[in-house]
Design a protein around this ligand. Structure first.
Ligand code: NAD
Length: 316
């Protein structure tokens, strides 16, 4: 089978490729705006990498010929960036998604699996988050993901392109970038500890998140691709942890005892988030196979090897 991975040079996309390269023909479309070439060099000649943008419809129409399915992960994946540059987020995330769907339709692609986000739930206090709750997008990023979901549904109904939107919660794992201005908390905490520096927590540390290991997210993508359903599903762990406990858990696994530094809370940060994954379990057969501790241990090991220059980059 031929599969397309948009955003394949990124963190989650590169794990997606790891799961399918070798057993399938894989074509990656990435403009390398946040993705890295080294993430693709892991796969050598077993994949085809196209440097191009999902905003370029002719490129997509060309690449999608003969494809069975599209894992659509390409996006500007930052809430903060969407606030500082809403137009760029709109063009990449929403026009890009529309182009992916148009090209999928025109090329007779069976299925598109779209990377949506828990950001669409906003800060409405009801927990856990269920797919039927009214969305409350609070950023241009969340708007772009929500509208992308709507496009997916409409393309299924109007044109018969099967689509699944997966609302990822907080994904973590090897190859997640700790250095960008908008980096996620787990790679930041790990790299601070590796440098024997205290982790930085914005606010009181009692804000909680649902962290899901990247390999569970990849499995959810595979299940969504294989199923014949169209719909929207939460993909998380179904559990939440506050940032104080997260920092101490990472410290324990790494055998370091450095208390966090607390800084001013960041505006727009939501307080608590946790997924209800009942629908994904029932309809897609999704189960998490990584506890937070097991996922953290693999991630820490990868960052350790990365720091000492001994890792082979592919996750174990
Ligand atoms: P990432 O930034 O590592 O990956 C995004 C990839 O998309 C990068 O390789 C980037 O170069 C590429 N890209 C950006 N603009 C493009 C364009 N115009 N054309 C082609 N490629 C383009 O981010 P990630 O964490 O791997 O996220 C992957 C997807 O999952 C994104 O759609 C993101 O919104 C979604 N998501 C991620 C999380 C998370 O916790 N990491 C949570 C919810 C949703």
């Amino acid at each position: 089978m031929k599969y397309i991975v948009t955003g394949g040079a990124g963190f989650i996309g590169s794990h997606m490729i790891e799961a399918i390269a070798g057993s399938h023909e894989v074509v990656v479309i990435d403009n390398f705006s946040s993705g890295k070439r080294e993430n693709l060099s892991l796969f050598g000649d077993s994949i085809t990498a196209i440097q191009g943008s999902i905003t370029d419809l002719p490129v997509l129409r060309d690449a999608f010929q003969g494809a069975e399915g599209i894992f659509h992960l390409g996006a500007i994946a930052s809430v903060a960036r969407s606030v500082s540059d809403p137009v760029a987020t709109h063009e990449t995330n929403l026009s890009g998604t529309l182009n992916v769907l148009l090209a999928a339709r025109d090329c007779g692609v069976r299925k598109v699996v779209f990377a949506s986000s828990s950001a669409i739930y906003g800060d409405e206090p009801t927990l856990p988050k269920r797919e039927v709750m009214p969305p409350v997008p609070l950023s241009p990023y969340a708007v772009s993901k929500l509208a992308g979901e709507y496009y997916c549904t409409v393309f299924s109904e109007l044109f018969g392109v099967k689509t699944v939107s997966l609302r990822y919660f907080n994904v973590f794992g090897p190859r997640q970038d700790p250095n960008s201005e908008y980096a996620a908390v787990i790679p930041k905490f790990i790299t601070r500890f590796l440098d024997t520096k205290p982790p930085i927590i914005y606010g009181d540390g009692l804000q909680s998140r649902d962290f899901v290991y990247v390999k569970d997210v990849v499995r959810a993508n595979m299940l969504a691709m294989q199923s014949s359903v169209t719909g929207t599903f939460n993909i998380g762990s179904g559990k939440s942890i506050d940032l104080n406990t997260l920092a101490s858990t990472i410290g324990e696994i790494m055998h370091v005892r450095i208390p966090p530094i607390y800084e001013e809370p960041r505006s727009g940060d939501i307080r608590n988030s946790v997924s209800d994954i009942t629908a994904a379990k029932k309809i897609l057969g999704y189960e998490t196979s990584y506890s937070l501790e097991k996922g953290l241990a693999e991630t820490i090991s990868w960052f350790r090897h990365q720091k000492s220059g001994t890792h082979k980059n592919l996750s174990q």
